[in-house]
Ligand binder design. Structure first.
Ligand SMILES: NC(=O)c1ccc[n+]([C@@H]2O[C@H](COP(=O)([O-])OP(=O)(O)OC[C@H]3O[C@@H](n4cnc5c(N)ncnc54)[C@H](OP(=O)(O)O)[C@@H]3O)[C@@H](O)[C@H]2O)c1
Length: 266
């Protein structure tokens, strides 16, 4: 999708109240894209909408919604239909993380995590893709993670949910070839947001990830990793190492987080 094709289009960005989603919404608004932004915190969404409208004179519709709820994607589609909103770009960015041992986890929490990180991504895609294919144009960006490229002990469900997003999107990339719809997974590594406040060398900023998303829209790749170091790491973990080596390395990293924060599932 070229820069000039963006103006006067409409994009839905989930999880746009903070962090990477807010940065992506800003980049799109700066190119004249109308926005629909979704997250649970209505006041924060309103704040983002007011700022983007004031700075870039674009219309921004806010839809406060918990995407871990089973009927949330259908509710979202109904809301857009009711307002006569046709989507050109879908950015599935909302996500949650949870570090801890599976043996100590609440199964209901795991389900909620999978539902927002994975189920909602597949369902919103299935809801909005047909109209894009019918129009012969559109774009879907699913935000995965470098955690998708390796097993991650003590972060197991998060990494598995992101592996789902990566695999799902790569498959869809092929299914949609020749339809005019651009599909790509973008995987950030450690990025400075509310989800990740730890000091990690080489940590990226949300605006850098947003720039990678904009570049990914213009490229043809099925999957893109944000940042050179993250790209090398994802390649090494997924292609060069046996799973047991990768699990030992990532397990040491997430295990240290358990040690540092006793409130997590020790
Ligand atoms: N930060 C990193 O190091 C990193 C690394 C790799 C991948 N990622 C991915 O990047 C994406 C954005 O995360 P971030 O780092 O920008 O974190 P963030 O600042 O915590 O943003 C997460 C966004 O998702 C929304 N959200 C969370 N649960 C939701 C739910 N049940 N329903 C609707 N919205 C929900 C949050 O808003 P509400 O709380 O208002 O709902 C928030 O706007 C996520 O998919 C994350 O997995 C982040």
């Amino acid at each position: 999708m070229k820069a000039k094709e963006l103006s006067n289009r409409t994009a839905l960005v989930t999880g746009a109240g903070t962090g990477i989603g807010a940065a992506i919404a800003e980049r799109l608004a700066a190119r004249g894209v109308r926005l629909v932004i979704v997250a649970r915190d209505a006041a924060r969404l309103e704040g983002v909408a007011e700022r983007l409208h004031a700075q870039h004179q674009v219309d921004v519709l806010t839809v406060p919604l918990d995407l871990s709820l089973r009927d949330a994607p259908a509710h979202l589609a109904a809301q857009l239909k009711a307002t006569g909103t046709e989507l050109d770009i879908l950015i599935n960015n909302a996500g949650a993380a949870q570090v801890g041992r599976i043996a100590k986890a609440d199964p209901a929490d795991l389900r909620a995590l999978i539902d927002v990180n994975a189920t909602a991504v597949a369902e919103t895609t299935a809801l909005f893709l047909p109209a894009m294919v019918a129009r012969g144009r559109g774009a879907i960006v699913n935000i995965a993670s470098t955690a998708a490229y390796a097993p991650a002990p003590y972060n197991a469900v998060y990494a598995a949910s992101k592996a789902f997003v990566l695999s799902f999107t790569q498959s869809l990339w092929l299914e949609t070839r020749g339809t005019g719809v651009r599909v790509v997974a973008v995987s950030p590594g450690a990025t400075e947001t509310a989800m990740n406040t730890r000091h990690i060398p080489g940590k990226r900023q949300p605006e850098q990830v947003a720039d990678t998303v904009m570049a990914a829209l213009r490229s043809r790749a099925p999957a893109v990793v944000d940042g050179r170091l993250n790209t090398v790491q994802a390649f090494a973990f997924s292609r060069l190492m046996p799973a047991r080596t990768a699990a030992r390395i990532t397990g040491r990293f997430f295990g240290r987080q358990l040690d540092q924060d006793p409130s997590r599932h020790n």
